[in-house]
Structures are given as C-alpha cells and as structure tokens.
Design a binder for this molecule. Sequence first.
Ligand code: GLU
Length: 458
Amino acid sequence: MTTTVRFAPSPTGYIHIGNARTALFNWLFALKTGGRFLLRYDDTDRLRSKQEYADAIAADLAWLGIRPDATARQSDRFDRYDAVKADLAARGLLYPCYETAEELDFARKRRRSRGLPPIYDRAALKLTADNRAQLEAEGRRPHWRFLLPNFDADPLQPARREVHWNDLCRGPETVDLGSLSDPVLVREDGTYLYTLPSVIDDVDFGITHVIRGEDHVTNTGVQIAIFQALGGHVPAFGHHNLLTDTSGEGLSKRTGALSIRSLREKGLEPEAVAALAVGIGTSHAVEAVSQVADLAGDFDLSAASRSAARFDPADLDHLNARIVHGLPFDRVAPRLQAMGISPDPAFWAAVAGNCATFADAKLWWQVVTGPVTAVGSPDDAEFLKQAKALLPDEPFDGETFKRWTDAIKDATGRKGKALFMPLRQALTGLDHGPEMAALLPLIGRQEAERRLDTTAGS
Ligand code: GLU
C-alpha cells in the first residue's frame, strides 16, 4: 500500500508555525517513504471556514516547498457523511440525545459530587420512541453520540476498555474508552464535528499514517473505535509534541501569532522557518538547510520529544541569518535582480555575511551605490582630506583598501579605530558593516572621492 498522509487544517485562520510543523512532518514523511501527501480542508464549520484562508494555507504551504499530490475539502462530501451517519444510526452505534448544555453541565456536577467520573451517563439510550417524539414536539432537536465499545452486554454498565497503538512519535499508547463520554459526532443543527468526517475521509482516501499534534491523542482512542465500526483500515498514528510561544502559551490560529504569513512578510527564508519548525523540540540539531526537502534525510518521527517545545522568534532570526549568509550566488542572482540590484558576485560576497534577512541586501546596495548620509565628527575633516589625496588609482581590487590605509597610516600616524572608523563612516554613512576591503572596489574611486569630500566639508 502506498504511504498516504494528509495535512488537515480548518481554514479558519492563517496557519502558524505549529501547524507548519504538522504539515512538514507529514510532507517529509511522504518524501522519505516515496508516499503521497493530501491537503484536506476540514471545513465542516461553514460559518468559520473561509475560502480566503483556504487559499492562504495553500500559498503558505507552497512557500514552504510543500506541494500536495491532491487536495480535498470536507464541505464537498456531506452526502457521504450523511450516508455513514444513517448507517451508524441504523446499527445503533449513533444515537440521538436531547440534553441541553445546561442539563449536561448539571449532570456532570452531580456525578462529580457523588465521586463518579464526569462522563455522559447514556441516559438518552433509555428514551423510548414516544419519549423522543415528545421531546421533538417540544421543539428539541437531537445531537448524536457515538456509542463507544466499552461494555460487554449492557451499555449502561461501561467498563475499562483499552485501545492500544504504537505511536510513531510517542511509542506505546493506551486510551481507556471506559473513561470517556460517548463523543458527539453530529450537532443539534445537523453539522458535523471534526471526529467522524475525518475518519470517513481517512478510510476513503486510503490514509496509511495519521501524523498530527499530541492534542489529538484522546481523539485517536475514539477514532480507532470509529474506524473499526466503519470496517475501515486503521492507519498508523503519530502524535508530535506541540509548540508554545516563549511564555509557554499554546499557539492559536485565531490570534494570528507566529503565522507563516507574518514570518514570510518579515522576510524570513522558508528554509529557516521549516528547519526550525521541524527540528525544534526533537533530539536532532536544527540544521541550516539550503532547501526544505533536505530535511527529509534525517527526518525521524520518533525524534520528537514528549514535552512541548518553546518557539523563540530570536532562534528563527539567528537561523535565518545563518542560512542567508550561506546562500550561493546562483540562487541569489535572480532575487537580487528582482530587487533592482545588479547581480554582481562580488557584491553578494561582500555583503552576504551582513544580511540578517535577504532584504538587507537592499540596504547594502544603497550603501554601495549611494547616496549615503554622512556621519562622523567634524574633527576628522582634515584627516579625510589627507585620506582623499592618498586614494590609489583605479582599478580597485581586494588589496586596494589595505594599500590605501597603509599609506594614510604612514602619512597621519593614525592607527586602529582612529584610522578606520572615520573612513568607514565617510564611505558608508555607518559605523558598522561589511569589510571595507570588499566594499571599496564596489563603491569605486569617483564615488569614494565624492563621499570623502562631502564628509570633509570641502
Ligand atoms: N482539522 C483537525 C485539526 O486541525 C485535523 C486533525 C487531524 O489531523 O486529524 O486539528
């Protein structure tokens, strides 16, 4: 059976770095096993799901280098879900319940006060057809619960019933169905919660491995029971640890925190975002890869640690800078050109190490081509005049700056910072930046003279 995985976001917001981690875990697993990757929009919540978000998710995945082999949306499949719902109901595995939220809350409190676990007591199973007709006549609409297989003969006597699986990330896992309420699969208004459509789709699309966040571990116990009720193949499961922000808070699509979109707009490289999203909170070192697919080599679901991983944007900035510093010229050339920078290997070699994001190249291009705003002390005016007079003839090369500064040193007696800083400030308008030896040939003699003049005030 071909490995088939899916990434199943609800299009209710922009995906964040934690969602990207799930997508990448699936994508890399598919790459590594020669499998298929399905993008499935879990859009059964029609009010909160938006096309705009679905499009944004596809665009963000593409930016990360993820190319789905197929795309599906749950809102296209309601007929199929309705058919399965009817079948489960006919088999007594899905049953109508009429309690209101307040009634359920009250029942939970009562059970707690009697020292019982606050799970649903299956009272609705005791309703007769007449009772139901009467409730409906009062205007109540049923919600539907799945009857968990956690009893021998009498569902009103639930017992411990363990579901086991060997989790691809966490190792052996157990969920006791006897400790859970029968899950609501269909709401009062007829809409589906995520639980059932997800299993139906996983069966219909031949999903072999479900890789998702560990917030779904309990769902997996329930869903395995649903897979079995549907007679479907039960996939393998892997639940990876979740990411939190630096304060330990979970990430939420709703707040837009650390959305892929915002990281992209910040000018970060997709390789940096992907490498950190995948490597953080695992036993593997985070690698500065040159393409996202390279992460597949070492990828191992069992390397994810058991505890949540803190995502620090500062780590991302550092990794991004490392990746940008190492970008080879052939990959950079078209990007420079797109920013209006003439693609000169010497320029990239000079400035790459000073770009925290690729967009910083634009600042250095401005420094090279000018105009630059003079900084520095008027006390250096005389010194700069002398320096200007000593500028070597063209052509300039990598040695020119040294020859020039040696000559200035001999003539003025200045050395160290007193020698170099006024020159840097005059030539670049800054007191830090790439090696002057590399910048000077790019600036050229004529422009260097002009800048030395301006700063010297002549
Ligand atoms: N839509 C679900 C979520 O975003 C999918 C979970 C799953 O992968 O099964 O949490």
